[in-house]
Ligand binder design. Structure first.
Ligand code: ZN
Ligand code: ZN
Length: 274
């Protein structure tokens, strides 16, 4: 009898807890900064929020790889000048290095899609600074199988709030991933990486003609995936394609490493999964 009363009491507390909106719970209960672990009511505390990309001035406006300006008015890095990619510009938040790589991993693999809001807020600031005003924002799509396994597309979790920040629309219906591709980091050269993603994407909606489309990705490695997507979008009529990317690994064909990554331990992106 007494057991029954205790169980009933627990059940009523559980019901009351479940009835409180999660936003209110966040306000009422202390939580921890996802970067430093200090108590914070925000996903990333105020101090960590001020950490920024120390390589911003060194990044190629087209592919966001770091490169050494040889003087003059170089508009892009040597690789982009030699073989212009299909996309027109790339804006990144920071290098794929500590401390942000842990956030990208948590967004993708730890079931924390809410971190997409934080990346979106920071990326919106970068887009404003770069004068990027897209007509439409699309995420790099996952295959149907991967989406079913993970339950969400991490790029879409960034794209949706980013569109609100930039007062434009986001849509996940324009692009489709036809198949999963081998991890780009396992492939030795640019030709293999391009071949790996060729034909992996398709547009599945009309209405792109003349638009400036921004493509959102959580981590950019070689850029071959984003180049393939930009080609698909342009063949469907897009006038301009800008990549809005949370974190950028150093491009293998560039001679200097990202400074932020050079001085700190860098986790390899777990790119065995898109
Ligand atoms: Zn912190
Ligand atoms: Zn470049």
């Amino acid at each position: 009898m007494r057991d029954h009363a205790v169980k009933a009491a627990f059940a009523s507390v559980r019901r009351a807890y479940a009835a409180v909106p999660s936003g209110l719970l966040r306000l009422a209960l202390p939580s921890r900064c996802a970067l430093c672990g200090n108590l914070s009511q925000h996903r990333v505390c105020g101090a960590c929020d001020t950490i920024s990309d120390e390589n911003k001035a060194l990044r190629c406006p087209r592919c966001a790889a770091t490169f050494e300006f040889a003087g003059g008015n170089a508009q892009a890095c040597g690789a982009c000048l030699a073989t212009p990619p299909e996309f027109d510009a790339t804006v990144v938040l920071a290098a794929y290095a500590e401390p942000f790589d842990a956030l990208a991993q948590a967004l993708k693999f730890s079931g924390q899609p809410g971190l997409g809001h934080w990346f979106a807020g920071k990326l919106a600031q970068c887009a404003h600074q770069a004068g990027v005003t897209p007509d439409l924002i699309v995420p790099v799509p996952l295959s149907a199988q991967r989406l079913a396994l993970r339950g969400y597309n991490q790029s879409w979790e960034i794209a949706r709030p980013l569109a609100r920040h930039l007062h434009t629309k986001a849509a996940s219906t324009y692009l489709r991933r036809l198949r999963d591709t081998a991890p780009q980091t396992n492939l030795a050269d640019a030709r293999q990486r391009r071949h790996n993603v060729r034909g992996a994407f398709a547009t599945c909606a009309s209405g792109l003609a003349g638009l400036h489309v921004a493509v959102v990705d959580d981590v950019m490695t070689s850029g071959a995936t984003l180049a393939e997507i930009a080609g698909v979008l342009k063949r469907a009529g897009a006038a301009r394609v800008t990549n809005l990317v949370a974190l950028r690994t150093p491009s293998p064909h560039h001679s200097i490493a990202d400074g932020g990554a050079r001085n700190s331990a860098r986790r390899q992106p777990n790119s065995s999964q898109p």
